[in-house]
Design a protein around this ligand. Sequence first.
Ligand code: FAD
Length: 548
Amino acid sequence: MILNHATLDQAGDYDVAIVGGGTAGLIVANDLSGKGLKVVVLEGGGLKRQPRSQDLYGGEVVEPDIHPELTSYRVRAVGGTSRIWGGRVIPFDPIDFEERAWVPGSGWPFGFETLRPYYERAMQALEAGRYAYSPETALPGGRRELAPGIDGPHLTTTIERFSKPTNVWRRHGRALTQAPDVHLVLNATVTAMRLRPDARTVSHLEVRGPDGTERRVRARATVLALGALETARLLLASNDVRTAGIGNEHDHVGRNYMSHLCTTAGTLTFAGRGTDIAYDYERDADGIYVRRRLWLNEEAQRTFGLLNTTFRTHLPDAGNPDHGNAILSAMFLFKSFVLIEYARKFSERRADAGSYLRHCANILRQPRRIARFGGNWVTGRILADRKIPSVVLGSDDNRYVLEFHAEQAPNPDSRVTLSDRRDRLGMPQLKVDWRLSALDIDSIKRSYHVLASELSRTGTGRLDYDEEELVDRTRRHGLVGGHQIGTTRMADDPRRGVVDRDCRVHGTSDLYVASASVFPSSGQANPTHTIAALALRLSERLTQDLRR
Ligand SMILES: Cc1cc2nc3c(=O)[nH]c(=O)nc-3n(C[C@H](O)[C@H](O)[C@H](O)COP(=O)(O)OP(=O)(O)OC[C@H]3O[C@@H](n4cnc5c(N)ncnc54)[C@H](O)[C@@H]3O)c2cc1C
């Protein structure tokens, strides 16, 4: 049920307080509901995205040219960033959990098999169908490879699957507001956690309403589900008893801030017939959108010492009217309606009046193509419950712009700290110093090299690219703004991380984290599947512990 911030003091104590009603927070709340526990979700935003709430995400960015401002790419409203996510649901690979000699700081406290059952359950939470990530299992009887003969010892065609994309508030909101054991409080920002004198247990949470009024919440267990940036911020800002911040005895909170590296560079020209290239979305037996991509597999990563990297065929540069394609020209002219992740990959060349005219001419030359595309987009994307994930176009000449999506290595110097400024509720703002390392750049260069060699060895295609341009584009556009990872890393040894294998903050007995902040490394996979899997695992642990 929905509770008012003003009446929070009279609600009594809770078994579990979940701070943040976004993707992770609502998955934990939904899973805890009906388990005999009294749960409260404290959500800083309201039912809709409002500038006054969004502004509380504001902060300082050390390099604003390469890292987006902190009020973008995150949504401060119930449902969190699931209101705008793209819906790629991909698990980490077994190699991601290993300690890899060539990736300093890698290694999770447990292996892939520990998370596997939760990955399967997370498929339901995210409405992404069955757990099937190879062409054989996802599309039995269909084509196996992205292009015939392309797979080899170092290259594997794998599948990415798509959520609706699920907005967790739409999915779970009705059940949660009707559940007698879950209290949902909107516009309730937790600005600090206060510890008991033992410095190990949380005495209470300070919860402020939009006007700054403070209420207190007490619970037997607290789960921070705020995303990687705000989780670090709240731990660091809660520094009255532990002066470096909670969980920060060994100076790890806020460090190892990672994203993924993803941009377009180079052109992949396939040999053979255009009709053999399986570049498009397909729907599996359950109607879920899936798509093939190329993965530099575990063998390649071990042999060449690479970070985990995948490749996808992408659209030609929509900003350059030379493509002569009406759909691309329309996308360019209406780019404010295009997903932010796509728009930023368009040409950086300033469009002059001449090129605008040529884009218009492209559109006028192919009215039927535009009409067909527009109709499909309205029915398949705008009106559909399960949406076409993005625009994908085949190529008349078998040439595709190449997009990579790569792991970023953990790096303690890439970090977030508290700034000297405070927001209007009195909470210190964040200062973000995201950094690319030599290993990140070097791995992308070598990954391109390995892909080019494999294509040439198998005779399946050719990769043309300029290495300087690849590095330049990676530096300037590589960061995936919506993937914030790693600021409270998981490690069994408190000297090496912030949370233990159960996602409990080291040095505390009742404080947990449900967020990509706990990932010790970033893998190639988008984060939400693993966030959801860890959230379900945490909810199971909490149920067992608290019932006992
Ligand atoms: C454009 C875009 C596309 C994306 N596409 C994909 C994709 O295809 N696949 C994928 O896996 N991931 C994708 N992501 C990333 C994905 O959306 C996030 O990883 C995921 O939503 C994070 O979930 P979370 O619960 O950790 O954080 P959030 O969903 O951001 O939730 C945090 C919640 O905490 C609340 N909050 C914040 N501060 C406080 C406070 N002090 N007190 C109380 N409440 C507070 C917020 O209001 C919010 O509701 C994308 C992101 C973006 C921006």
